[in-house]
Ligand binder design. Structure first.
Ligand SMILES: O=C(O)CCC(=O)N[C@@H](CCC(=O)O)C(=O)O
Ligand SMILES: [Zn+2]
Length: 338
């Protein structure tokens, strides 16, 4: 009889078979430990082999499966020893119940539930977000003392088509720090063509790790959201190669001028303040579609949102978000890089 293959970490997670466990040893001097459901850590035993601290998260939205398949493939390579670990690496599958159901979220959008006030609304996704915050604080705590690079890539795919397929959102670094241009240039090596500098606070996972773990963090959009097994058209080869380099403790140089990402700045968030909110463009408009100066972009009761900026483009237009959330971003070329 043919032996059955060991289920991957993703398969085990989706079938409810991962639980917090004791660390165990892999050949090649690596400790591995399941920290919580869908959260697994790899750590070289020899501290000289811990070149950096890296968090790779995915599945914060349960319908965005291509990055989850990518992370699962990397975990399998680590388990078999095909990929050598020269970094501390934490993998996170964000919203497991939503991944099981193939939906963006079950009750509330988890990527609007980080950095919450303790007394705010509770629910399964809010509790999971808080648990993930604790996991990241714990993971990065040691790194804060040893001065090694701390990186967090929160991998997503987008609801919309996009004139720029792969792009990243760079949340504002903590007070006293600047957006790091070298980190932006490096993302060019991962196939990322544009980076949006976001200066406002955000309830997102990458904003949390940037502010509270002092990590260099990005939300990375890698193409179109599709169900498990249907991601053939999403080419993640450059991102996979980039993450493999980091896991092997090698920090890639920034991309050359031709491949360096174009930098945009988030000029404004379009907020949905009431049920009367109306987006004046189609909610299915492609990301990065130019917006003519002066156009009426949205109305919310008496208040109007007109495009004042030159060279503005729309990203993540979505009139269907709940009241109080952003219904789109207006981005403009970053003058410091133009
Ligand atoms: O395609 C869309 O409209 C949403 C894609 C998505 O989930 N994007 C993230 C971006 C997070 C950030 O701004 O850092 C999100 O909306 O949560
Ligand atoms: Zn997402």
């Amino acid at each position: 009889m043919k032996p059955t293959a060991t289920p991957s970490f993703l398969e085990q997670t989706l079938s409810g078979k991962t639980a917090i466990g004791l660390p165990y040893k892999l050949p090649g001097g690596v400790n591995v430990q399941v920290m919580d459901e869908g959260v697994i850590r790899f750590e070289p035993r020899d501290s000289a082999h811990r070149k950096l601290d890296l968090v790779i998260s995915c599945g914060v939205h349960g319908n965005e499966t291509a990055p989850v398949e990518l992370a699962d493939a990397l975990i399998s390579e680590l388990m078999t020893g095909a990929l050598k670990v020269r970094a501390r690496v934490l993998f996170v599958f964000g919203n497991i119940e939503a991944l099981r159901r193939g939906v963006r979220f079950v009750e509330s959008d988890m990527n609007r539930l980080f950095c919450r006030l303790p007394e705010s609304h509770d629910g399964p996704e809010a509790r999971r977000a808080t648990m993930l915050e604790m996991q990241l604080m714990r993971f990065f705590a040691r790194a804060m003392q040893d001065g090694k690079p701390r990186l967090h890539y929160d991998l997503h795919t987008a609801i919309h088509g996009s004139l720029i397929e792969k792009f990243a959102i760079y949340p504002v670094p903590p007070e006293g720090k600047r957006f790091d241009r070298e980190q932006i240039a490096r993302l060019g090596r991962a196939g990322v063509s544009a980076v949006l500098l976001q200066s406002a606070r955000a309830p997102t996972f990458s904003y949390f790790s940037s502010q509270h773990c002092d990590a260099v963090s990005f939300t990375v959009e890698l193409g179109r959201a599709r169900p498990f097994g249907q991601n053939g058209e999403v080419d993640l080869s450059a991102m996979k190669a980039y993450l493999r380099h980091l896991i092997e403790g090698r920090i890639p140089a920034g991309a050359g001028r031709g491949d360096a990402p174009t930098v945009f700045r988030v000029s404004r968030e379009v907020m949905k303040r009431s049920d009367a909110f109306e987006l004046k463009i189609d909610g299915k408009t492609d990301n990065f579609t130019p917006l003519p100066q002066g156009m009426l972009l949205a109305a919310d009761g008496e208040s109007e949102c007109r495009v004042e900026e030159a060279d503005a483009r729309i990203v993540f237009p979505n009139p269907d978000v709940v009241v109080g959330q952003r219904a789109g971003l207006i981005v403009v070329p970053d003058s410091a890089t133009a």
